[in-house]
Design a protein around this ligand. Structure first.
Ligand SMILES: [Zn+2]
Length: 356
């Protein structure tokens, strides 16, 4: 049986790609996730048995199964993205700002941004090369010398506390997708499809979480409240799969585009539950779905907070790999997204209490 031969299996087609486009062009810098939350609620309210928004802004949804007994399975995806927060109005449309989440300052100068709830266009200004000294050109730019510039006429329309993101329109590049915030709108879009196509053998508990990028803050309370038997965290992990600059073999790729969903054994915050890793791997092999083991090491997901709630929650993470995460434009492969959704749906359908 091929992975998508089941008529009830979710599929990624034009509608799902349009949804991902909407999700990546929404702005939801940590702590201000309302735009993405509104899209999530619009899609899951018609199908979920229970939907609520908790005190921190997490969306918690339940889709109940039909057989007895049923595992309580938590699936999470974070709604927030890295970005900027305005900190001081310097008049004439200039704003000081801080980074929210992990962004390399070297990516900032000269980038277009969307500012505030109306997505006002702006730019992160820096001294042009004509005027920079040779000494300045050798040094890394410091955040203190940068401003977000929205122009004098729009300066009064935004204020300190407003968020800004890189201004990147979603684009199809043949077999690939280019967008900002693929980390983790790919996970959000995947989880929406799983809520819509939840299998009957489990209670699917979905948490669309807030504030992952600033320390997994939403996921902890979400997992505590939903109290699941096990958890699967959906995210996007960096693919560092470019050729090595010196021509040697690249052995530190973390994950690679085109190799399928990346299953985590261990990262900086979590050692995945081996029973869940085995279940994902065996499901992939039985259904002929490509997968890869993400290289163990740094990085982390909401699993870092989820697995330590209550008396412990067996957890595993699975990611759609994407190059250049946390920069203005990331690139992912459509086939990896499709295979991630197919693997998750197949794995959920075959989950029984015996796994624990
Ligand atoms: Zn992420």
């Amino acid at each position: 049986m091929t992975p998508n031969s089941d008529k009830k299996s979710p599929k990624i087609g034009a509608a799902q790609i349009r949804l991902l486009e909407r999700l990546t062009q929404a702005c939801a810098v940590s702590g201000d996730e309302g735009e993405v939350r509104a899209i999530v609620l619009e899609h899951i309210r018609p199908v979920a048995d229970d939907v609520r928004v908790d005190a921190l802004g997490n969306v918690l949804a339940t889709r109940r199964g039909q057989v007895e007994p049923r595992l309580q399975v938590l699936l999470t995806a974070h709604m927030d993205e890295v970005g900027f927060i305005l900190t001081h109005d310097e008049d004439n449309g200039f704003f000081r700002f801080e980074r929210v989440g992990g962004i390399d300052v070297r990516y900032l100068p000269g980038k277009s941004v969307w500012v505030g709830k109306d997505h006002l266009p702006g730019v992160i200004g820096a001294k042009p090369i004509h005027l920079a000294s040779s000494e300045e050109l050798r040094q890394t730019i410091s955040q203190d010398t940068l401003r977000i510039d929205v122009g004098p006429s729009n300066g009064s329309k935004v204020k300190p506390g407003d968020r800004a993101t890189f201004a990147t329109s979603f684009t199809r590049l043949g077999a690939s997708l280019r967008a900002k915030a693929l980390d983790d709108r790919l996970g959000v879009a995947t989880l929406i499809e799983l809520v819509k196509h939840a299998p009957a053998n489990i209670d699917l508990l979905a948490a669309f979480t807030v504030q992952e990028e600033v320390g997994l803050r939403g996921a902890g309370v979400a997992a505590y409240a939903l109290n699941p038997d096990l958890a699967i965290i959906l995210d996007s992990t960096p693919a560092n799969d470019l050729p090595a600059w010196d021509g040697s073999e690249n052995t530190k790729y973390n994950s690679r585009l085109g190799a399928g969903p990346a299953i985590y054994m261990a990262d900086r915050g979590t050692i995945s539950d081996p029973r869940l890793v085995r279940h994902l791997v065996e499901t992939a092999e039985a259904a002929n779905i490509p997968y890869q083991i993400r290289q163990p090491g740094g990085g982390g997901t909401d699993a870092g907070a989820v697995h330590k709630q209550r008396a412990g929650i067996p957890s595993v993470s699975i990611s759609v790999p994407a190059r250049y995460n946390h920069t203005p434009a990331a690139i992912a492969r459509l086939s990896d997204w499709k295979n991630t959704l197919a693997l998750l749906h197949a794995a959920l359908k075959q989950l029984t209490a015996e796994i624990l």
